[in-house]
Design a protein around this ligand. Structure first.
Ligand SMILES: [Mg+2]
Length: 372
């Protein structure tokens, strides 16, 4: 079997036609083979930058576009191809968007392998430990603290036993932050896990420390990205001093950045995104490193049903892969792009057993939102 083409598809939901909560755009790849098998992947990144990383002609030894490296290659030789892409895109890649692009292709290669061997991808990853994965629901808080009661209650009514919020005004004003958390905790009661995501907005470890202490009474499960993920010293200072678990890492790529993060941040939870960190191949390495540091891996995941399926296959095959994020986006790129999107049912997402990632794309959605 040989790779004959890689199609990069940029999707954008026109804001004039439909507003949505996150999920305005997406970049997906189809890795096409001469056997008729097509692998599907995506990167949660800037679509046009990812497209350029894949399609650009090579300009020197370390600036190959990824597509030119893979045409004619055997798609089953996933790790060798990962390393080939990594090294030959080394000047414009190595971290950031270059790795996001590799992530999309890597996910598609694991999809191809599963389809070729006629087994679900989680079997190729070592075998599944579970048939369903507990999921937490994420929402962007409303500006007025009391308006968050409704949002939180509706998630619990949907079946979520674990919820998270962040973005919007959260992190801007200490008094508002505390009141939002108070309203949510009061509304959902003590039995629901509540975690908060600051998207780095608390800025300094001193402020984050003060806020974590003020929020102790609300029994938060974790505090995510209180400060920038690059500020490993701030993470380390916080981690030992607050009662909440500290989480982060959604923006990091490759085992190299995660190695640093795991070693120096002392975080309790690491959150690689499978469509950014380097794909399934790199995520396996990051998971193993996290285990060695006594750190729990709970992946970041807030894009299309492709990311969702890749995360589920990966977690199913991890001994401790017991919690994942489930998007609450109403974007058609989340709700409809994958025709058989994995559902959220009674607190859990089922692990599929069809070959590869087991997803079918809705070509009408692609045609409707494709950016040419
Ligand atoms: Mg986050």
């Amino acid at each position: 079997m040989k790779i004959t083409d890689i199609e990069v598809i940029h999707l954008r939901v026109p804001s004039a036609e439909k507003t949505c909560t996150w999920g305005e755009d997406a970049v997906i790849v189809k890795v096409i083979t001469d056997s008729g098998i097509i692998g599907i992947g995506e990167a949660d990144s800037s679509p046009s930058v990812v497209k350029a990383c894949i399609e650009t002609p090579n300009s020197n030894l370390y600036c190959y576009g990824l597509k030119s490296l893979l045409i004619g290659e055997n798609p089953l030789e996933i790790e060798r191809l990962w390393n080939k892409m990594y090294w030959a895109s080394n000047y414009m890649g190595r971290r950031g968007a270059g790795i996001h692009a590799i992530s999309a292709i890597d996910i598609a290669l694991w999809d191809i392998a599963g389809k070729h061997y006629n087994v679900p991808t989680h079997t190729l990853l070592g075998g599944k430990y579970r048939d369903k994965i507990r999921a937490y629901g994420t929402f962007i808080p409303a500006d007025r603290p009391e308006d968050n009661r409704d949002i939180a209650r509706k998630l619990v009514e949907q079946g979520f036993t674990s919820i998270k919020f962040g973005g919007g005004v959260f992190g801007d004003d200490p008094e508002v932050d505390v009141e939002i958390v108070r309203n949510v905790r009061e509304e959902v009661g003590d039995d629901i896990e509540v975690q908060i995501d600051l998207a780095s907005k608390w800025g300094t470890c001193g402020h984050a420390l003060e806020m974590c202490r003020r929020m102790e009474e609300f029994n938060l499960n974790w505090v995510e990205e209180p400060v920038l993920a690059d500020c490993l010293t701030s993470y380390a200072k916080l981690s030992g001093k607050v009662s909440q678990k500290i989480a982060g890492g959604e923006s990091l790529t490759t085992r190299f950045e995660f190695s640093d993060f795991l070693e120096k941040s002392h975080a309790d939870i690491v959150q690689p995104d499978i469509t950014r960190c380097g794909g399934i191949t790199e995520m396996k390495k990051i998971y193993d490193m996290a285990q060695m540091h006594g750190t729990r891996l709970v992946p970041h995941g807030f894009s299309t049903g492709i990311l969702l399926a890749a995360s589920v296959h990966f977690l199913a095959a991890c001994e401790h892969g017991t919690l994942m994020e489930y998007s609450q986006s109403d974007s058609p790129l989340f709700t409809d792009l994958v025709a058989n999107r994995l559902p959220f049912e009674d607190g859990f997402v089922p692990v599929p057993d069809s070959p590869g990632l087991g997803i079918e794309l809705n070509e009408d959605v692609i045609a409707k939102y494709r950016v040419e």
